[in-house]
Design a protein around this ligand. Sequence first.
Ligand SMILES: *Cc1c(COP(=O)(O)O)cnc(C)c1O
Length: 408
Amino acid sequence: MTTAEIKAMATEYIINTYGDRNLAFVKGEGPYLWDADGKKYLDFLGGLAVNGLGHCHPKVVEAIREQAGNLLHTSNLYYIQPQAELAKLLIDNSDMDQCFFCNSGAEANEAAIKLARKYAKDVDMRSLRLDIFEDDGTDPYEIITMDNSFHGRTMATITATAQTKYHVGFEPMLEGFAYVPFDDLEATEAAINSKTCAILVEPIQSEGGVNMPSDGYLQGLRELCDKYNLLLIFDEVQTAMGRLGTFFGYQSYGVVPDVITMAKALGSGVPIGAMLAKRKIAESFVPGTHAATFGGNPLVTAAAATTVRTILEENLAVNAVKMGNYLAGGLMELKDKYPVKEVRGKGLLRGLVMDVDAKPLAAQCIENGLVTICTNDYVLRFLPPLNINAGHVEEAVGIVEKSMSEVL
Ligand SMILES: *Cc1c(COP(=O)(O)O)cnc(C)c1O
């Protein structure tokens, strides 16, 4: 089928939640994609931070092929070998003790929200804080989240997402969330009350515009959680899996959360999410409290275990730092000639912040064969595979420069 034919069929039969698009990719290899009409692209969006190993990494393809020929699904009524192996890999490479598997980032956050509420009751968080707050007779359940955050599209996770545009039309929102500005410890402390049970935060806000934490911010959140007996939950759906230069993003900041959620790059493109927690907290989930039919099934966990091993074996977090710095340097040089404000980010999560609307620039980059996305109107966002080389970075910067010269 041609792009036009695919588009016509999709437009007719698929509910239009993603809007009008002009591209359909049909093949991928490493950091390259081909559309239905045969045109080649350099992919610096990586399926929104999913394709950490690039497209069709041979080890992942082989793991999926082998597992598909063996066993696709059994349900969690039974133990699943690749699921156990993946869990061990994630725990061995984090400060957490146990994990729960689900199918997406939103679901991982749902699990964390449920766990925080249950834990607060199980440990009687209320009576632990009688010296700080007056006893109002209710168990803490409120979770503090940050303006411009993004946590998913289910009812609980749009409520956790402190951006009105995701709420409009779906009111009433779920009870039990409070919003404060990102990177503002004073406002966060002021929002803590007897009902608060947790703080949920992305180490770097990616969807929100590549917003960086100031030095000491994440540490400060840790201290507030310790002071008030709250859980610190890091949404690492986008920042885990080596992207920031360490396997988990929190390891780049030297701050250990109590609960971590992850998804995107975990399965290299097969749908999988995970929530990791410290043992004492994880113990609040017992038989019957939470479940997911597909969660961690043999196919997805075989793909994910191979993905994790590959990132570790090939030292891709280190490559993410090198290539990320090279990319940032190349983009910064464009500042001399074009209305570039700054380059934000860390590792291979980068935002080129423009002084002008970046949407026409993003469109022109695609026209010139570079896949990227405009976020928050002014930011061109880059989430390339972690195994790119200097040549790929130079190719990308060259296309950005050419596109700037054409539309700005
Ligand atoms: C993408 C994303 C989510 C939601 O993940 P889905 O798999 O789309 O449900 C949650 N949190 C962050 C930080 C994300 O980037």
